[in-house]
Design a binder for this molecule. Sequence first.
Ligand code: ADP
Ligand code: MG
Length: 558
Amino acid sequence: MKKEFQAESKRLLEMMINSIYSQREVFLRELISNASDAMDKIYYRALTDESLTFEKDSYFVKVIPNKEARTLTIVDTGIGMTKEELEANLGVIAKSGSLAFKKENEIKDGHDIIGQFGVGFYAAFMVADVVTVTSKALDSHEAYRWQSEGADGYTIEPAEKESVGTEVVLTIKENTEDENYDEYLEEYRIQSIIKKYSDFIRYPIKMDVTTSKPKADNEEELEEVTEEQIINSMVPIWRKNKAELTDEDYEKFYNEKHYGFDKPLKHLHISVDGTIRYNSILYIPESIPFDYYSKEFEKGLELYSSGVLIMNKCADLLPDHFSFVKGLVDSEDLSLNISREMLQQDRQLKFIAKNLGKKIKSALLGMLKDEREKYVKFFEAFGRQLKYGVYADFGANKEQLQDLLMFHSSTEKELVTFDEYISRMKEDQKYIYYATGESKERIEKLPQTELVSDKGFEILYFTDDIDEFAIKMLMNYKEKEFKNVSSGDLGIDSEEDDKETQDKEEANKELFEAMKEILADKVSAVKVSKRLRTHPVCLSSEGEVTIEMEKILSAMPD
Ligand code: ADP
Ligand code: MG
């Protein structure tokens, strides 16, 4: 007898099949997650039931494509379902047997169980016309078969099945003009979907894979060999013990994940067991991705929930100024929405992001302190992004970023930090001086630098467009203000000097007036300067916007 889905269920199913998931391929993720949950349930039973032993080897998922029959079968050796459970869990949409199981058994650390919404199973109808579930529950002698063609309803009848567990058979849809369904029967495609979403499911996901291999008796000839393979890696690197992992392991993972073709400069392995638990592996790349400073570049970390991939690039996990960081976060404490493709609330994400930000900063500071060469390499690649971060957030990230900045300097060969500059400041030096220009060489020729250099004060060289803008946001470093060497008041002159300047100004009044007339609207005033030593003349500006900034601003498109 065909039972009908409840009216609400019918509507929900229709909506679901057509709209919840942005990608069809996630149906496999959902079915494999269910299989994993079913096996976890036996594991949790065994913890309290002495008559049950849990032998890890007997628990696995097997995926079997059959092109001739147009079926894709997912077999598991999990806890199975009774007739009643088939009806309750698969007949009522949005009823999660897994969530109920967690509650009933008061499993506090049961965060490995993935299911909670009671809709994942129906994702199967995105690719299948008919779904057949044959299941035999633990402690049960009978097996039952549930079958449905989608919104119409379902049937349940007794079936034959020897071992405990569940077998889900999808009758894959025929291709249409616009949609290809054949791909879900292709070994290679299935393998890649498993790798993508379910690589870190803790049970082996097996599949018979056919490959061409040299013949045993004749190496010249190839033959097709079909072997059962385990497709997933099972234990994710981030759940392994740090002490057992080598730099090579992390580098290998970086490459496997296609985070980049370079060798990362540094990796961070973070495990947090607080109110929000998460594991994370982060990398500081060595070289700039080709599209890094373009609009196409998308920042973000991979986001997993209990080992299942939720999002490829979760942008909220990284502030813009650390957008170069690659890696992933796995947390079982995220509240996901039903498609798992979005997060229900971002409080947890914000919390994780904030922590990661701190960890990244201290990793960079550590690198600056202990591995200077590496840090310089890093800064040459991504320093601009840090400076941009200072500017873009109106100095809100001052604390996080100011110690990470580096600049060329008039007295040092290498890049220097503000801290190093301050440590070399002279007793009578009030300001952190800087000069702007296209290059170190150009700045060195600037007449404006003479007076400051003569006093024995170090000058930071700002060669990047963003530098001076960023510094204006910082305003000061450790209470020392920044001062452009071209600015009017350099904080160097004594009163005597001032008097002398005034006298000179008076004495040459007519000359200056004549010069101003000739230069007309090219300059706003001609004045005596105290800062020149060997150069006869220099350009300077008044107010907050310096000549260099004006140049940049006027070059920008409106
Ligand atoms: P969720 O996994 O979020 O609970 P699903 O729609 O994926 O929701 O599955 C609904 C319920 O059906 C599960 O909670 C579980 O009780 C049951 N179920 C689904 N697949 C299996 C399976 N392979 N073995 C045992 N029970 C299953
Ligand atoms: Mg599920």
